[in-house]
Design a protein around this ligand. Structure first.
Ligand code: ADP
Ligand code: MG
Length: 299
């Protein structure tokens, strides 16, 4: 069994009457890339702030390393970027990282490796203020990695970047994960979480709506759109099919939502055998965006 790095138990944070995070229970195990996914204001940063000891929980608890380490000790073993990168503008990347190592009381030996990893070794002697936003963000990731953390926490690391910068950061996160670092990535972007993460926790208004493999939110059997002269006969026939979960009438005819795989050929064969002839039959899949919205809206 993989080691549990972080466990949240009904962790909550209220600001006055607003429940920013509401009884959140999650388990982070070593070796995964977790996406903390939710629209703006859903409580992602507040959650990260609590486990990083910068926000006081209202109730509930969290445990690092199954209680083997207290939060203070645990935080020395993780890397986190929860704000815009903040370095000394007139110091070079190398000077900034040397200073970070002093503050973190870790060896400077890995600085070259980390700067190479984020693609900034060539630019190590450039002053921080001359860096693009994407380079600043990559330097922040290098800084978070100098102590070889087991867990890297990132809060919306691609916000404000241009498409190339976004691509570089996502590729970098994937590379860091492949080297064995566990990652917790907060993002409001479904496609980012889908590209980078293997596990996802979906938050809305501080409440968890889904926790599990990324494939799980994207897995669906789709639905059929059908039309026929005799809609009533079609409808009652569809309702008898095992693979059909629900049948709805709309302006386009009928929508039959599936709860198991069913191919178009199989369905048209069944219909033909029952002497039901359709004028339209199309198989559809809801987009990822639709599924994410229905996860966070309907419940
Ligand atoms: P996210 O990171 O998902 O965008 P946040 O955790 O920043 O969401 O915020 C969750 C909710 O808590 C929001 O409604 C936000 O306005 C509120 N909030 C966050 N920090 C504070 C604060 N210091 N004081 C009052 N309300 C806050
Ligand atoms: Mg946030």
């Amino acid at each position: 069994m993989e080691q549990t790095l972080l466990q949240l138990n009904q962790l909550s944070k209220s600001y006055g009457r607003l429940k920013a995070v509401d009884q959140l229970t999650i388990t982070l195990k070593k070796g995964n890339v977790y996406g903390l996914l939710g629209p703006n204001g859903s409580g992602k940063s507040t959650t990260l702030g609590m486990v990083l000891n910068v926000v006081n929980p209202t109730s509930g608890s969290f445990q690092w390393y199954q209680g083997a380490l207290d939060t203070h000790q645990a935080l020395k073993q993780i890397g986190a970027i929860i704000e815009r990168p903040n370095f000394y503008p007139y110091m070079t990347a190398l000077q900034n990282l040397n200073l970070i190592c002093k503050i973190k009381q870790c060896s400077t030996d890995s600085i070259q490796e980390k700067l190479e990893l984020v693609g900034l070794w060539e630019r190590r002697h450039s002053k921080f203020r001359t860096y693009s936003l994407g380079m600043k963000q990559r330097l922040a990731i290098a800084a978070a990695l100098v102590n070889d953390p087991e867990l890297l926490i990132l809060d919306e690391p691609t916000n404000g970047l241009d498409p190339e910068g976004i691509h570089q950061i996502r590729a970098l996160i994937t590379k860091i994960a492949e080297e064995g670092t566990t990652i917790l990535l907060a993002s409001h972007l479904l496609d980012e979480v889908e590209k980078v993460c293997n596990q996802v926790i979906v938050l809305k208004n501080g409440v968890k709506y889904y926790e599990g493999p990324v494939d799980g939110i994207t897995q669906t059997y789709g639905y059929f759109e059908l039309k026929a002269k005799n809609l009533e006969a079609l409808e009652s026939f569809l309702k008898e099919i095992d693979e059909v979960e629900t049948v709805e009438k709309n302006t386009n005819g009928l929508k039959a939502v599936l709860n198991a795989p069913l191919a178009s050929e199989e369905l048209s064969e069944k219909l033909a055998k029952a002497q039901i002839f359709v004028t339209h039959l199309a198989k559809k899949k809801p987009s990822l965006e639709d599924q994410f919205l229905s996860l966070t809206q309907n419940q």
